[in-house]
Design a protein around this ligand. Structure first.
Ligand code: COA
Length: 174
């Protein structure tokens, strides 16, 4: 049997290719936005999903994080939706008939964690694929925590997050 003699995945003509982009988004940064922009060249629709990372204590509550995200995508013609889950990402994907999870990689240091997450997700739901996109060079050094640390001490975070996120951070730390 040929190595590639595998059944082709079902994809009806005209089907919408959708992906999930999960994260804590505390808060969303321009690095995340760049991944979403690039993801839109591969997928018709991306659902940005605020999920629970049990080892993090977010600065912005769930509602605030969703609002900050929604503001980013109001002019995206419905191609980016925002939602949240307190459960497993793969369960959300399966329940909503979404077969891809997008994750951004910034540096080698991300790889180990992302590899484990992707393999666990594959074990939980083999029909859901993880797609890794390289973060743009401009954003490889930023993280939500780094930006919060700078904002806490009135550092200049302009250009690292959208203006409404910058304003929200300033309000939090004023
Ligand atoms: N540009 C800039 N920063 C980026 C980035 C990019 N392109 N991509 C990631 N980051 C940063 C984030 O800002 C974040 O920084 P922080 O740690 O300072 O907050 C960090 O990289 C990673 O965060 P994020 O991508 O939000 O992932 P996470 O590790 O916080 O959360 C979940 C990952 C939410 C997807 C994961 O916990 C999850 O899937 N939870 C649901 C339960 C589940 O399904 N678990 C898996 C199976 S057990």
């Amino acid at each position: 049997m040929d190595e590639f003699d595998l059944p082709l995945p079902d994809l009806a003509p005209g089907v919408t290719r959708s992906a999930l982009y999960p994260g804590t988004f505390d808060p969303i940064t321009n690095g995340h936005l760049e991944i979403i922009h690039r993801g839109l060249s591969l997928f018709d629709k991306i659902t940005v999903i605020v999920a629970l990372n049990v080892s993090k204590t977010p600065l912005f509550n769930l509602e605030e994080r969703c609002e900050l995200l929604q503001e980013c995508f109001k002019n995206f013609n419905g191609r980016v939706a925002v939602d949240y889950t307190s459960g497993l990402i793969v369960d959300y994907a399966v329940q909503n008939n979404i077969s891809a999870i997008i994750r951004g990689l910034r540096a080698i240091s991300d790889f180990d964690y992302e590899f484990q997450l992707a393999l666990m997700n594959r074990r939980l739901a083999p029909s859901v694929e993880t797609v890794f996109l390289m973060t743009g060079f401009k954003w490889i050094y930023i993280s939500s925590s780094g930006i919060k640390n700078a904002a806490r001490f009135q550092g200049n975070i302009s250009g690292l997050v959208p203006p409404h996120v910058e304003a929200a951070l300033k309000r939090k730390y004023s």
